[in-house]
Design a protein around this ligand. Structure first.
Ligand SMILES: *Cc1c(COP(=O)(O)O)cnc(C)c1O
Length: 416
């Protein structure tokens, strides 16, 4: 059944996931059927074909990062890469054995990481490691000085996302990497929103471990990679999955050949098209932000003005209720500042961390553009948001009171 024009939903949620590039799908297809071999089959053609395809993909991912292909471990995605990096380092470099009562080692991360970093860190905390969760400044950007102030003699690992998935802010990763290298501390970065969009050179940027994910860069879901530095220093990890010893023993299990081929192709396309695509996305984002803020009062773009990814805009709208805003923008596929955690609707911990109040956090939208976003999508999205916000404000007694000059912070609300 053909979707009617009214049913068309504009996809502006590329930070949540991207569609597969058709060129990626095309590269993958033969590996489901004709070339279906297991890379572990060392004595026949099917195995060799699969292995050759994986080798090529490994080179493509390594090239995106300025790494050596031996330094790439394929995983099921960034969640697994983060777990392997963080727990793998913690268990390998611990300063005291489990159960000894002594601190097993100190880890520095931030309070606005993705859950795939926060939760492994919280688990390690329960297991006897000490973790410092740095709180962000109001602009969301973590500097090397902030990390330096938290370093202790027993710090074994710093894990800092390169760019934030909700607000797009960019941290001082190369400077933090250099700081860690000077202190012999291992440095991991969750580069899931960065890799494939912005340049990486693991040597220049002093990175020891880097996580990325296929489905955030126009590749398939369920495939990712972890870069593991092999020299200066040689980083060792304790494996989390035991078995056939694939991926240099770091990640046992039959390789996801189709997914790996797709990730490789996606990495090669990202590298080739990064400059042009980055410029186009930045122009789209700036246009969206300036159109929205010039047509509506009481809205704020969250995060640092410039140190932000080209493709993520996060905007808070005053005097509208978050859920109503989402309902009113049904023709847009975007993320809201409310995270649906189990039963309750919690305001985003990232926006809260920046000091955005609960109300404003709820009435925030993350709009993330991608390779297939057109100018006309931005125009339509802005028109829809402006219309929705104006309509909701017409119904808002608070907005009326504010416009009549009443200072809402001084109003005595009835207590129940
Ligand atoms: C999407 C995302 C992840 C999780 O990636 P998966 O491949 O879906 O496990 C981790 N970190 C960041 C910053 C992300 O944006």
């Amino acid at each position: 059944m053909a979707a009617s024009r009214e049913d068309r939903v504009i996809y502006l949620d590329n930070a949540a996931t991207t569609p597969c590039d058709p060129r990626v799908v095309e590269a993958m297809l033969p590996y489901f059927t004709e070339h279906f071999g297991n890379t572990g089959s060392r004595n026949h053609r099917y195995g060799w074909e699969a292995e050759a395809a994986v080798d090529t993909a490994r080179e493509q991912v390594a090239a995106l990062l300025g790494a050596d292909e031996k330094e790439i471990i394929f995983t099921s995605g960034a969640t697994e890469s983060n777990n392997l990096a963080i727990k793998g380092v913690a268990y390998m470099y611990e300063k005291a054995p489990a159960g000894s009562g002594a601190c097993r080692g100190h880890i520095i991360t931030t309070s606005i990481e993705h859950k795939a970093v926060l939760d492994p860190c919280k688990r390690l905390q329960k297991e006897g490691f000490e973790v410092t969760f740095l709180d962000p400044p109001a602009d969301g950007v973590f500097t090397a000085a902030m990390v330096e102030a938290a370093i202790r003699p027993d710090t074994i690992l710093v894990s800092m996302m390169w760019a934030n998935n909700e607000i797009g802010t960019i941290n001082e990763v190369p400077q933090i990497g250099a700081l860690c290298h000077a202190r012999d501390i291992i440095f991991h970065t969750d580069a899931t929103q960065w890799a494939g969009k912005m340049p990486v050179d693991v040597e220049r940027d002093c990175i020891d471990l880097l996580s990325l994910s296929g489905h955030k860069l126009y590749g398939p879901k369920g495939i990712g990679a972890l870069y593991v530095r092999r020299r200066k220093p040689r980083v060792r990890l304790q494996a989390l999955v035991d078995g056939g010893g694939q991926e240099r023993g770091y990640r046992s299990g039959t390789l996801n050949v189709t997914g790996i081929v797709g990730l490789g192709k996606a990495a090669a396309l990202a590298k080739a098209e990064m400059d042009a695509e980055g410029q186009r996305l930045l122009a789209l984002r700036k246009r969206l932000e300036s159109m929205v803020t010039s047509q509506l009062d009481h809205c704020a773009v969250n995060g640092h003005a410039d140190k932000r990814l080209p493709h993520i805009a996060n905007i808070s709208f005053g005097f509208v209720e978050g859920e109503s805003l989402m309902m009113a923008c049904k023709e847009l596929a975007v993320s809201s500042g409310s995270a649906c955690t189990s039963a309750s609707l919690e305001p985003s911990y990232v926006l809260k961390g920046l000091g955005v109040g609960d109300e404003l956090a709820h009435s925030s939208l993350r709009l993330s553009m991608g390779r297939f976003t057109k100018d006309s999508d931005i125009d339509a999205a802005v028109a829809s948001i402006v219309k929705a916000v104006r309509k909701l404000r017409e119904l808002s007694p608070l907005y009326d009171m504010h416009n009549e000059g009443i200072d809402l912070s001084k109003v005595e609300w009835g207590h129940h």
